[in-house]
Design a protein around this ligand. Structure first.
Ligand code: BG6
Length: 313
C-alpha cells in the first residue's frame, strides 16, 4: 500500500456468509471486526503478521461465540446466575452504528474506524430484563495500534448492574517463554480455587500450568513479553480496573471442542475487565471502557528484558 493512501474501511462477507469490516491503515496494518459478536477476529501489523490468536477449530457458526480474537463479555464475565457464560454480547449480531459518538478532532486523523451497536431485543430481555445500548468503536491507528472503546448506556427506567471484559486472545510463540509485567504484588481471584483471593508473589507472571485468574485494581498499563518472538504487547486500559489472565493448558484445552489440543501453547488471554466491582448504571447513565493494544519490539539487553522501559514508556 502507498504511504500517501488513506486508511480504508471495507464491508465484507466471509465464506460462511458472515459480515465483517476490514480496517486497513496505509502502512499495511489491518484489523477485522465481525458484526457477529462485535468481535475483532484479526489484528495484523505492517508486516502482515497476525497478532491475535484464532483457533484453527473456531466455529464461525452463530450463536456459538468465535474462539479467538477479542470476544466481548457483557453483561457478565463468568458464569454466575441464569445468564450464559460471559454474557450474551458475544453471541449476538451487532449492527453498524448510524449514530456514533463524535470523533475527537485531531486524535482520529487518518485512523480506520468502525462503530457498532448492540441493543437489547425481546429475547435478551427474557434473560436480562434491562434495555441498554452497547456501542463499540474499533480504531486502527497509523502504525497499527488498535483501540476498542465500549460505551454502555442505560435506556431503561430502572438501574442495572453488569461486569465486562475484552477477552483478548494474544498470539504468542510459546507460552512457556512468555511473561507478563505489571501484575506483580497484586491481589487476584483464582478461578481454579473457587475465586479465592491471593496475592501475587512472583516478580513476573510466567506459565507452566493452567492459569485462570482475575487480577484486581491493576495499573493502566500491562506488558506481555514474548521472549521467542522478541515482541512485547502493551495493553493500556481505562475504566477497566481488573485484568483476567487465562491459559487453559493441556488438559482443559483437550476438553474445549472448538480449540486444538496443542493450541494453548500459542495463545494467552489478558483481558481489560471490570469484574470485582460490577458497574451500576442508573437510567440515562453511560459507562465507558477502553483498551489500546500495541505490539512493539522487545527491548533486550544481554538477554535480559527491560520491562520497566516498556511499562514507563
Ligand atoms: C476465561 C475464564 O476468561 O474464559 C475461563 O476465566 C473460561 O474460566 C475461559 O474457561 C473460556 O471461556 P469460554 O466460555 O469462551 O469457553
Amino acid at each position: 500500500m502507498d504511504s500517501d493512501q488513506k486508511a480504508t474501511v471495507e464491508m465484507m462477507k466471509d465464506s460462511y456468509g458472515l459480515d465483517h469490516v476490514l480496517l486497513r491503515e496505509p502502512r499495511g496494518a489491518s484489523a477485522r471486526v465481525y458484526l457477529f459478536g462485535g468481535q475483532v477476529t484479526s489484528w495484523k501489523n505492517e508486516r502482515q503478521e497476525e497478532l491475535l490468536f484464532m483457533s484453527s477449530k473456531a466455529l464461525f457458526k452463530p450463536p456459538k461465540a468465535i474462539r479467538g480474537g477479542i470476544p466481548i463479555c457483557f453483561p457478565q464475565f463468568g458464569n454466575s446466575g441464569s445468564l450464559e457464560q460471559h454474557g450474551f454480547a458475544r453471541n449476538k449480531f451487532w449492527t453498524i452504528d448510524n449514530n456514533p459518538p463524535p470523533l475527537p478532532a485531531n486524535d482520529y486523523h487518518n485512523k480506520a474506524i468502525v462503530d457498532l451497536i448492540l441493543k437489547s431485543n425481546d429475547d435478551d430481555l427474557k434473560s436480562w430484563p434491562y434495555c441498554f445500548e452497547l456501542r463499540l468503536r474499533v480504531a486502527l491507528a497509523p502504525g497499527g495500534d488498535l483501540t476498542l472503546i465500549s460505551r454502555i448506556r442505560n435506556i431503561d427506567s430502572k438501574s442495572f448492574t453488569f461486569s465486562f471484559a475484552y477477552h483478548t486472545y494474544f498470539c504468542v510463540s510459546d507460552i512457556s517463554e512468555v511473561r507478563i509485567e505489571g501484575l506483580e504484588t497484586l491481589d487476584y481471584l483464582d478461578n481454579l480455587q473457587d475465586k479465592e483471593r491471593f496475592t501475587e508473589q512472583s516478580d513476573a507472571i510466567t506459565f507452566e500450568s493452567e492459569v485462570d485468574r482475575v487480577y484486581l485494581s491493576t495499573p493502566t498499563k500491562i506488558a506481555i513479553l514474548d521472549h521467542e518472538k522478541k515482541r512485547t504487547f502493551v495493553l493500556r486500559k481505562d475504566g477497566l480496573p481488573d485484568a483476567v489472565v487465562w491459559n487453559p493448558w493441556e488438559k482443559k484445552a483437550k476438553a474445549i471442542v472448538d480449540f486444538g489440543d496443542d493450541e494453548y501453547k500459542h495463545m494467552l488471554c489478558v483481558d481489560g475487565a471490570a469484574i470485582e466491582k460490577p458497574i451500576t448504571l442508573r437510567p440515562g447513565e453511560e459507562w465507558k471502557g477502553r483498551i489500546e493494544l500495541s505490539a512493539v519490539a522487545s527491548s533486550y539487553c544481554s538477554g535480559q528484558l527491560d520491562p520497566q522501559r516498556v511499562l514507563e514508556g
